[in-house]
Structure formats: structure tokens, C-alpha cells
Design a protein around this ligand. Sequence first.
Ligand code: ADP
Ligand code: G6P
Length: 519
Amino acid sequence: MAHTDVLDLPLVLLSNRGPVSFGRDSAGRTVNRGAGGLVSALSGLAEHLDDAVWVCGAATEEDAVVAREAAGKALHVQTLPVPHLVDSAFGDASADGGSNKPADGPSIKIRIVETDPFAYADFYSVWSNPILWFIQHGLYGRAYSPDFTQAEHEAFENGYAAVNRAYADAVADEVRARGGKALVLLQDYHFYLVAEHVRQQCPDVVLTHFVHIPWPGPDEWRVLPADIRERLLTGLLGSDVVGFHTRRYARNFVLCASELLGLPIDLDAMTINVGDRVVRARYYPISVDPAALDATLASEDVAAHVSMLRYIFLGDDRQLMLRVDRTDPSKNVVRGFQAFRTLLEQHPELVGKVSFLALLQPSRTDVPEYADYIALIGGVVAEINARFTKDGRQPIDLRMVEDFALAIAAYSICDVLVVNAIADGMNLVAKEVAVVNGRGGVLALSETAGAHEELGEHAVTLHPFDLQQMADAFYSALTMPLEERHRRLAAAAEQVRTHDVARWLSDQLADLRRIAGFA
Ligand code: ADP
Ligand code: G6P
């Protein structure tokens, strides 16, 4: 049977970044498996089911070529089981639109939606990032919010709304191709209008929308023009279940439905009445795949990086602080370095003894706020390094790279991992470190990261705006007795290993079975 595991329904997934992305090298077309928690979690499910299809955007030029060749049909692509270790395996990406899977290895059926590049730019670089991302991460307040001129309103209509409609049409098409009944799993802040469109076209769907980023309370949403925030909320309420990483986000969502749309809610049951339907807000903390991380940690590539990092940063009682992030203003990189500067000012004995390695992946550089942020980071690092370099050792080693093997190697040997995000839906970096660190590494974790709900009691808590508090917290992490460091780390690792990404998914499916009356 194709789909007995999931409510006895075929599965249609939607996310902006797909499970694979195509490229080109001298040998021809390549297929790279997407990295990250969302892709790993859902790929396993999609590979397992014959009748699953994953609708996604074109992330590369070659993706757009593949989309055009497929002419609106779904195609099978072979994937490889261990993400991150794979960077260039060729899949037999023949557009078949049917069910003839390639014979070898796991495969996944995808449908790439190509949209007008101008509409996509308004959708991604004007509305999704920065406006929605910034509001949801508390980066806009009333004084520093965008102005909503005619240009922003038009970008909403011609970009965000138009692209949402195009993806919704592709999803509805795939649902109809499966007899009009399917489980539809929508992902993230790019697609708040999709659920409503899909439900209008396919009233028999079971529909969930998972929001991977924070959901703030009604007052923060009031920054958005009233008509737009009402449309976004109404769009999401086309779902049966709206999922979040934490209880706080789910509760905020229910409050928004009451305060911004005037709908009847039950805050204890976390339900919203929309006409004759009941929409449920639920929370399921996303996590990592410990087995895949263990496998990566055991690879030769990681071992070589570990030797190099030990040589550069450790020995002679030296210590290593680490951060691994996209260059996103929500990650609060600049304040993290400013707090490190305070630490060195107030504890000069640490100068030359403690290094801060930052592996930063340039992100969303088409968005001016992101490009500017990279310059700000460079400025503060240059200033600190000019002031505190001792015996030829710079206190901060800033590397603008995306290198997962290097990140895993650094995770495994750091003394302190810094996550000082202004807000973060979950933050997988903290969970990855908890699994692979072998040195009693201390998590220094922002109280506003979703991961703090699960790992906060084992971490040293950071207040993202309080530079003195962060400096003190860094000091207490660096000077914590080794036995306590190991005890805290073991407890954090246990929490993550018993609440892995498979559980994130199975808890959702078990709930859905109950909600949809299948269990
Ligand atoms: P976000 O989803 O906002 O980027 P998360 O912490 O939840 O934040 O997930 C980030 C993922 O990307 C993690 O798996 C992390 O290891 C990876 N990552 C972040 N920065 C880098 C980097 N510079 N090089 C390699 N991997 C990175
Ligand atoms: C976060 C979001 C994802 C997004 C990822 C990378 O994790 O929740 O939806 O894909 O960041 O950002 P990008 O803009 O490169 O897709």
C-alpha cells in the first residue's frame, strides 16, 4: 500500500526550499540533497511513501530548467540516505509524471514551481524576508518598521499573494491527481495564504501548516497593515492544524485569531472556530537526526578538521568559544561579539587564552538589511581583533563559510557554544552541539530561542540585549568546573536523543490521526 502510515491518505508536501536542488558540472546535471532539519525530517517520510509528492520552488537556474522540462508535472529524483555527506550525486531526473520510480536507492517525487522572477523577488526579498521574518523575530518595532507605501502593497499583491496562489494551484493539482483527498503538509512563513486557496479547490483535504519561526503576540502583528495581517491569518486558518515549535508561539497564534480577527477561541484547548470548522494550534519542537550526526562525526573529513582546529585553538589551557549561524540579524552576531569584547575588557587574563571561532554562512544577500549586517559584523570583529591580539593570536576567527563538516568538527571540541539570538523558532545548532560535543561544551543559550524551553535548564542562559549579562554568562561558562560541564552536557544530549526529529514528525502524525478521526 502506498500510504497506509499517514491517515490512509496520499501525501502532498510544500516548502520553499525543496528536498533536492539541481546544478551543473562538466559531467552534466547534478542533484544535491537539501540540508537542514526540515528537509531531513520530511525526506524520510516522502521517500517511504510511493504516492507522496513534494512541491517546492526553483532554488537554482538548473532547477528552473528542470521545471520547464517537466512542464508542470512531478518527477522522480533519486536521493541518498545521509544528508550533509552528499554533495553531488546524480539522479535520473527524467520527468515521468507517473509512478515509475528509478530502480535503485531511495527516491522522492518533486514538483518544482517556477514563477516570474520579479514576482519571486517581491515574494522572497521584499515580503518573506525581511518583512514577515523581521516582524516574527522581533526585529521591527513601531519606531523602526518598514513604511508601507504603494510599492509594498503592490509587492504583496504581485509577489507574495501571486506566488502563494501559484504554489497553491500546484498543490491543488497534485491533490486532484490523487482523487481530491490527501494529507497536505505546508511549511513555513513563505506560504501563509496557501491553505485557504487549497481548501477552496479541494474541500476534502486534511491540511496542516507548520510555522518554523516564532509567532509573536497580536501587538507585534499590528505593525502590518490591517488588511494584510487579516489576509495572512485568514489564509493560515484554512488549515486543520497550525503547528509551531513551542507552546508560547501556538498560544500567541490563538490570541491573534481572537484579537485581530474577532474569532471565537478556546485558549485551554488551543482551538479557533472558523465558521463550522475548528482549527487547532499545536506545538511540536523540531529536532535533529542523532544517527546522521554521529555518522558525520565519524567521517574522515570531520577528523581532519578536528586535528586542524585543535592545533589552532586548543592546548596549553586554551579555550574555544564557537558560534555557527547564517548571517541573519535575528542571530544577534554583533551583540555577541560586543559581549565578548566586554568579557576581554573585564578579564584581561583571558586575552590570548580564549578564542572565538565564528562560522557564518552568508544568507539572503539580495535583501539589503542582510548585506548591511555582514558589513556590521566585519566592523566589530576588526575593532576587537585590533585591540586584543596578543602574541600573534587574534581573539576572533571569523570565517564566512558554509561547511557542515567543519561545523561538526568545531561543535565536537568547543568549550562554549554561543546562541544569543534575538528570537529563533527553535535553533538546531544548540541541539547539534549537544549531540556531538565530547569536551563538556557549555551551551550559552538565549532565553528567546525556542530550544531554551527544552535545553535551558542545562545551559547558561543569555539575555540577547544585555551585554553585561552575556559577558558574565560567558565567564561563568568558561570557568565552570569540568564535572558540572559534563553533567549538563550529558543531560542536554539525553534530551535531544530522546526527542529527535523522527519524534517531531511521528507526534504530528499521531495527533493528526486523532484529529481527523483515523485513530
Ligand atoms: P536557521 O534555520 O535559522 O538557519 P538553525 O540553527 O535552526 O537556524 O539551523 C541552521 C542549520 O544550518 C544547522 O543545521 C547548522 O548546523 C547549519 N549551519 C548554520 N551555519 C552554518 C555554516 N556556516 N556552515 C555549515 N552549516 C551551517
Ligand atoms: C530558516 C527558515 C527556512 C529557510 C532557512 C534558510 O530555517 O525557517 O524556511 O529555508 O531559514 O533560509 P533561506 O532564505 O536560505 O531559505
